[in-house]
Every structure is written in C-alpha cells, then in structure tokens.
Design a protein around this ligand. Sequence first.
Ligand code: NAD
Length: 509
Amino acid sequence: MNTQISAVADQHDIVGHYINGADVPDRERLLPVSNPATGEDVRQVAMASTKTVGEAVAAAQAAFPAWRDTPPVKRAQIMFRYKQLLEQNADAIVARITEEHGKVLNDAMGEFGRGVEVVEYACGAPELLKGEHSKNAGPAIDSWSEFQPLGVVAGITPFNFPAMVPMWMYPMAIVCGNTFILKPSEKDPGAAIFLAQLFSEAGLPDGVFNVVNGDKEAVDALLHDQRVVALSFVGSTPIAEYIYQTGTANGKRVQALGGAKNHAVVMPDADIDNAVSAIMGAAYGSCGERCMAISAVVCVGNDTANDVVGKLQAQIGDLKIGDGTDNANDMGPLVTAEQLQKVRSYVDLGIEEGAELVADGRGLQVAGRENGYFLGACLFDQVKPSMRIYNEEIFGPVLCVLRAGSQEEAMQLIDAHEFGNGTCIFTRDGEAARYFTDNIKVGMVGVNVALPVPVSAHSFGGWKRSLFGDLYAYGPDSVRFYTRRKTITQRWPSGGVRETAQFSFPSSS
Ligand code: NAD
C-alpha cells in the first residue's frame, strides 16, 4: 500500500477540495459524513462556495492548453502509471468506500475494479483518438477528421458508487485532452480525494483533475460558469433533468444519467433455481442501492410466480446482513438515516396499497450495530402496475413481484414504465430471448444475466427517463462525448498549373 497517499488523506478530519494539485482550505460550510453501519459521524466534508468552484475552473482552464497539446501517447503513459497506483492503493480506497457508503468490502472492491477497467480502456488513447483519413477524397485532395478535446469539463456523481461512477467520467475525459472538475456526492466523498491524489502521483499535471466537494451551490456554480463546456451527471432523474435543462440552456454539452426500475422477466421454461439466485444478488446486493439493481420481477404464469416467490423467500431467510467490513455479510446498511426512513416508508406504503409483503425486513436488529441504518430484505408479491411501490424508484432492498400472462404482457409492462435503464430475461428459449432483446425499450439488456452492466469497451446508458442526452457513459461513446470532431480538407496543387474559378459546387469527380 502507498503510505504517503493514505497519510495525506487521513491527516484531516475534514474532506476538502483538491484544486491545482493541492488541498484548498474552504471550510466555511461543513456537513457530517457518517458510517452507516454504526450511525456515528466519522468526519466532515467541506461544501465548496461558488468562489472555490470558480478557482477550480480557473485552474482547469489554465492547465488546458498544455494538456491539450500533450501527445495522447504521453497521456496514456500517465494512465498506465495511474492504473498501477490504483491497484497498489485498492485496499485503502475500498475501506473508505465501505466506511462511508456501507457496502460490503468485496462489493466495494468489485465497483473499484470496474472503475479501473475504464482506466485500462483509457490507456488506449493513441488508438481511440487517431481519427479518420481519406486519401484522394478529390483530385489531389486529402481529407481527415480529428477529435479535439472540448476544454474544461465537469462531472457530478451520486453516492452509490463513490469510486466507479467518477471513474466512468474523468479517465476518459482527461485522456481525450480535457481538464476536469469532479463534484462527488457529499454523502461519501472520501474516495474521490484518494483518486485525485494518486493521479497527481502518477504524473498528471496540476489543474488537469480537480475535486470540489459540495452540494447544490457547487453544482449550480458549475452549471452557470461559461468556462465549463460540458457536464456529465449521474444521479436521480429529477436532478438529471434539471442538470440537462440548465446545462444545455447555458450552451453546454450534457449527458445526464438518471434513475431506474429494472425488471427481470422469468419465463416458465427458465432454470428457476439459477434465476432466483441471480435475482437475489441483483436485488439485495449493495442493499439495493445500485442503478442496475433488479427491483421488479415479472413472472410469466402463476406457477412460475409461486415457484419464484417461494424460492426467493427461502433465500431471503439465509441472507447475512451486517457491517460491510465483514466479508461474510451479503448486505450492509443503507447509506443514511434519511434513506432508511424513505425506504421503510415505501414498505409501509406497499402494505397500504394492497401488495402482499411476504418478507418483512423492518424488524431487523444487527447485534452491536443497533444505531446502524439497517433494513432487512423485503419482498412484495401481487404488486400491481398502478402501485407507487412499482412506479417509483425506492433504491433499497425492496423487491416487487408482478404476474403476467405472457411474455408480451411482461414486455408491455416494462415498455410502459417511466425508466428504461436495465432489464433481463431468464429463459432457455433462444427465440424468446431474441424477441426480447430486439424489441424491449430499455438501454441495457441481459439474457440470463441479471446485472448487464456493460464492460469498459462498450458504453453505459439507459432509455426513456433514465438518460437525458444522446451519448452513453464510458466506452466508445465517451470518446465522442469528450471530443469535438473537426474535418479538414487539404489540397496541395501541382506547381505551375494555372487554375480558373469554378462556380459549380465542388464534387469529387
Ligand atoms: P442525487 O440525484 O440525489 O445526487 C446526485 C448528485 O447531484 C450529487 O452529487 C448531489 O450532490 C447532487 N445534487 C443533489 N441534489 C441536487 C440539486 N437539487 N441541485 C443540484 N445538484 C444536486 O442522487 P443520489 O441519491 O446521490 O444517487 C442515487 C440515484 O442515482 C438513484 O436515483 C440512482 O438510480 C441514480 N444512479 C443512476 C445511475 C445510472 O447510471 N443511470 C448510476 C448510479 C446511480
């Protein structure tokens, strides 16, 4: 482990801002950061003022010209060193994620690993940025397209993946030649400062990657600063829509990924045992606080539903729930007391709405962690499409089972839903699976895969109100998002030939 980095990050009880390669002492407004397993405050996080955000933007703007002109191969070499440092410091970063978010260490390591895969993809910058060339596009004319960086870009990220979601953004933005300002979630801000310090240690010039912690004030400062030319956002749908509308109204390029209600369809011919195991992990892993979590299961046929509900109930009884520092646990706490209250109130609502609560996690007590924000797994059967527990994103360990008479009916339910992030089908029938992947109105689709999170060489994004904007996060779309195409047409006529004016539109013949 790299001791220097952990020493820098641990010497403060306050998570501050990392601007131009240094800590910036804006400490006027502080919020507590709690350990959700114990309910105790572990440190504080500073809320950046508009002035501090302005300083970060100025630093990023000053660093841009030299970084833009740094050859992609040199940028990639820094990325390679960064990847090594990330791996050497993985334990410290993952421990910080678990301490502030609550997820189990192995799960935190999983998210961190997926983030590092984006850094690995970014190491391919010379290949990704090499552009397109046409020799003899016309007589003695060559034409090429190149992908130029945009300038100062910003990323605003949610609490549920404090390392991975930032890493969906800044490695690709930076390797494409931009400078970056990250505004992480105020609920679990600790990991981001590690990520920034390690990048400096890998040789990234000061000002290329900056972190400002904060809330709406910092976000609004980024949205209204004309020097910020593009914004990536991941979070809930109402805020995503606000960011998209305000950012684009201010002339910025914006991608804003929002909330989700991800359905799993279980067909009568599926391997039900395997489907149930996959759904258990996807519904209750990370306490249901994943944007790709399965939160609705649509069973085709009553027999399928009865079988699935019975097997889910049995597995729920075996779940181990406790402090995320113990890898023997399957599930940790929810992130905050407010989130616990919100999710519990959805369970109460489901009962009022007439759904059948077949597993009730509300009475859970974790010995020695009585003040933690724990909620046991909850399972509703007989959920109807009109219910709020089905229509709204709960973002906790609450799974809704719906019953459909046919695959078509199951797909109509999914297509009618406001969100279109992820979905999956469990079946042994290739034709049913192909029909599903061809026609379902969702951005990321699994076949016998409950969490179809695209690998780093693909891109991540949903449909409908799960994404505002056109381009997905990371992968090939991120090269397009973080660059601007320029097409150059060049001619070097042979010397001595006299040319006359041409008044017809130029053609290639
Ligand atoms: P959130 O929308 O509350 O916060 C996200 C970010 O926006 C944070 O940095 C926060 O500080 C900022 N923010 C919050 N309120 C704001 C406001 N009024 N004005 C400006 N900025 C504001 O989301 P969250 O609770 O941190 O994360 C959970 C949500 O994120 C869920 O809805 C989940 O589905 C979604 N999510 C989506 C994806 C995806 O890829 N689609 C991935 C992860 C999480």
